[in-house]
Design a protein around this ligand. Structure first.
Ligand code: HEM
Length: 413
């Protein structure tokens, strides 16, 4: 925990160019001096130590996941609020990830039934075929953006299939979540993004309701049909909760996975010895995926809100203060991982990484994401015997997620 010798306050540039390009270096330096620090610029606590981040994720007495209701009350309750913007936030209010117990517990129990269903198991059996379709479309030689050509279409096709979106609607469907991605991944303080969010959510939710009507009549092997069936005693998910959950899955499950696979490929390209191990089939793919998640996972941080004035993580905190729990820094904490800045695909994990979060809100899609990565990473290497970086890299300037704008490579079979 933070000691009294630590720096407790400073001005940091947590979305500045350096932190965006090299979050492990930037937040790692912060972790060495001040694992829990108040940033006067973002007016937030920045938590970077593994022990501190996991302690916070365990402590739902002091830290709340509900950052939507306070925002609605403060900014969207006035008479001149655009009703469409308000409606969009009403959908977000039903996302289980933004709820505390008892609401969270109830939603998670019901949604978990759908995730654990036989239908989802059968669906996972189709991931390889979905990947094969995408990779067959990719050119044999030339310069490509690996994200645009492979990882984004693959993860989008998985999520669409999972939700039961028919192939003819997929292009339309893919566009909507891009409209509300920026606001969730960035900051709620940026007003210009609300209209975009409202439009995306309106169109997407209308579409999900159409699908619900279809699968209520004729259930099929997809998450939506399973969410409609989920029951706990007499309790079931409401229509609003199902719509919200579908939008959450779309948002939480597609870009995150595409980015993880992209980050993993970049890590291999920058570490030729590990690339050789992977190409030679000398590593356990499941273990390698865990190392990719730890080394440069696509979730960089998690947000919590302080419930009441308290002493937590060794510092005095005030009600409503925002807390950024930096997964990227915790996963490179040398007190937990040997040589944390080295990619070691055969790393022995004494303690688990927290790329999927930790505790009651930990990721519900983690098995699916792992499976997608375990199919796509070796599949990409199998298709092209030569892959070389072929351009400048630019990262999305977001605090919560970690993903490249493009991964330009030159390839040949
Ligand atoms: C590499 C890919 C992924 C990463 C890095 C990731 C990361 C995370 C993290 C860090 C959380 C915790 C958020 C918090 O505590 O506030 C989370 C929650 C969640 N994730 Fe994922 N995720 C990934 C893929 C997926 C997929 C594929 C799905 C669905 C198909 C999914 C569905 C969810 C859901 C529903 C939650 C909310 C759980 C709750 O609040 O109880 N995720 N994810």
């Amino acid at each position: 925990m933070a000691s009294s010798a630590d720096v407790r306050e400073g001005e940091f540039d947590i979305v500045g160019p350096e932190a965006i390009r090299d979050p492990h270096g930037y937040f790692g330096r912060l972790r060495e001096t001040s694992p829990v620090v108040w940033d006067t610029r973002s007016r937030s606590w920045i938590v970077t130590g593994y022990q501190e981040v996991t302690a916070a994720l365990r402590n739902d007495k002091d830290f709340s996941s509900d950052r939507i209701r306070p925002f609605i009350e403060k900014k969207l309750s006035g008479p001149d609020t655009n009703p469409e913007v308000r409606a969009a936030f009403d959908v977000l209010e039903n996302w289980l990830v933004f709820n505390d117990k008892p609401i969270h517990l109830r939603l998670r129990k019901l949604i978990n039934q759908a995730f654990m269903s036989k239908a989802m198991e059968r669906l996972a059996g189709r991931f390889q075929a979905l990947f094969d379709d995408v990779i067959a479309e990719a050119p044999d030689t030339g310069e490509i953006d690996l994200l645009k050509t492979v990882t984004v279409p693959f993860s989008a096709s998985v999520i669409s299939e999972m939700l039961g979106v028919p192939p003819e609607d997929r292009a339309r469907f893919d566009d909507w979540h891009r409209l509300f991605g920026p606001i969730i991944g960035a900051s709620l303080d940026d007003n210009s993004k609300y209209d975009m969010l409202a439009q995306g959510v309106r169109e997407l939710t209308a579409y999900v309701r159409e699908l619900m009507a279809r699968y209520r009549q004729e259930p099929q092997d997809n998450l939506l049909s399973e969410l409609l069936k989920a029951q706990d005693d007499a309790d079931a998910l409401s229509e609003e909760e199902i719509v919200a959950t579908c939008t959450l899955v779309l948002f939480a499950g597609s870009e995150t996975t595409a980015n993880l696979i992209g980050n993993a490929l970049l890590a291999l390209l920058r570490n030729p010895d590990q690339m050789a191990l992977m190409r030679g089939g000398d590593v356990d793919v499941g273990n390698a995926v865990e190392e990719f998640l730890r080394f440069d996972g696509s979730g960089k941080a998690i947000t919590r809100v302080v419930r009441q004035d308290t002493e937590a993580l060794g510092v005095p905190m005030k009600a409503k203060q925002r807390v950024f729990l930096m997964l990227a820094a915790a996963n490179h904490d040398p007190s937990v991982f040997d040589a944390p800045d080295q990619l070691m695909l055969d790393r022995a994990f004494d303690r688990g990484h927290i790329a999927f979060g930790f505790g009651v809100h930990s990721c519900m899609g983690l098995q699916l994401a792992r499976l997608e990565a375990a199919i796509a990473i070796p599949g990409i290497l199998k298709k092209w015997s030569r892959i070389e970086l072929a351009g400048e890299l630019e990262w999305h300037p977001q605090l919560l997620s970690r993903g490249l704008k493009a991964l330009p490579v030159s390839v040949s079979v």
